[in-house]
Design a protein around this ligand. Structure first.
Ligand code: APR
Length: 253
């Protein structure tokens, strides 16, 4: 099953001018970063996201949100991109002459660490903090910053530079993600459950604009029926096999 789909997906890729890889927490699962909604290990099955990851929660009890996100940041700093991230970086190298963009919901920075150049982080990053009042202050989230501190510029609250529940996505980043999705000939969706909007609209926009949509997920999702290919495999296995196939027979164009 995987092998037949691989050959036809490789054929679509060879003809493609523009490729998008849209990723979620499942891609970083093999790095030891828990997903949000997967069974017993899913983070939101063990803690209330409104309390530890929402803007209301932050304004009510900043320390609670800061502590929980700092724990996640320390785990992310301890771990590394996995074979799935590395294969997607290799895919970019194999796609010379094409445009390959990563649109990620992940805040771990692993795509960039693995070597991908065009990465749109639609939910922000866990590696930076910024002034909540958007006065312009932003900085690396240093390990030493173990508690919330006031903005050195305006005195406002400093918070992690990621999108908390109840907040809008960065307009520029999401607009760029929308444009790449509408221009994609081939749109991979890997490791996401399609539960969070507006990011979950991107594959639907891509499909509507004529892209071939390939879902990679060990479990079915709300997108599975609409996808052209819904591959029941893990990210590392699928992208590793795809790169091997392309290296054997060439990426085309
Ligand atoms: N390879 C591919 N997919 C996997 C793997 C794997 N090795 N392991 C698990 N998955 C799949 C699961 O089957 C599930 O469908 O990854 C998906 C993870 O889903 P979620 O935990 O809901 O993560 P995600 O879709 O990225 O969440 C979206 O929600 O909590 C917010 O802001 C947070 O960005 C996040 C957003």
């Amino acid at each position: 099953m995987l092998s037949t789909s691989l050959e036809s997906i490789a054929t679509v890729l060879r003809r493609a001018r523009e490729v998008v890889v849209f990723s979620g927490a499942g891609l970083s699962a093999d790095s030891g970063i828990p997903t949000f909604r997967d069974g017993a290990t899913g983070l939101w099955n063990n803690v209330d996201p409104d309390e530890v990851a929402s803007i209301e929660g932050f304004l009510r009890k900043p320390r609670v949100v800061w502590d929980w996100l700092l724990q996640l940041k320390n785990l992310v700093d301890d771990r590394h991109p996995n074979a799935g991230h590395q294969a997607i970086a290799r895919l970019e190298d194999l796609c010379t002459g094409k445009r390959l963009t990563i649109i990620t919901q992940n805040i771990d920075g692993y795509h960039t660490q693995a070597g991908n150049a065009q990465v749109l982080e639609v939910h922000g990053t866990i590696h930076r903090v910024r002034c909540h009042r958007r006065c312009g202050f932003a900085a690396v989230w240093e390990q030493s910053a173990v508690e919330p501190f006031p903005c050195p510029n305006c005195g406002g609250p400093v918070r992690p530079d990621l999108v908390l529940f109840g907040e809008m996505l960065d307009e520029e980043v999401f607009a760029a993600a929308g444009i790449r999705s509408l221009n994609a000939d081939l749109f991979f969706c890997v490791g996401t459950s399609f539960t969070v909007q507006p990011a979950a609209r991107l594959p639907v926009w891509a499909k509507g604009a004529g892209a071939t949509v390939v879902e990679v997920n060990p479990h079915p999702t709300p997108l599975s029926d609409a996808a052209d290919y819904s591959i029941r495999a893990g990210a590392s296995q699928f992208f590793g096999a795809l790169c091997a196939r392309l290296q054997e027979s060439g990426p085309g164009r």
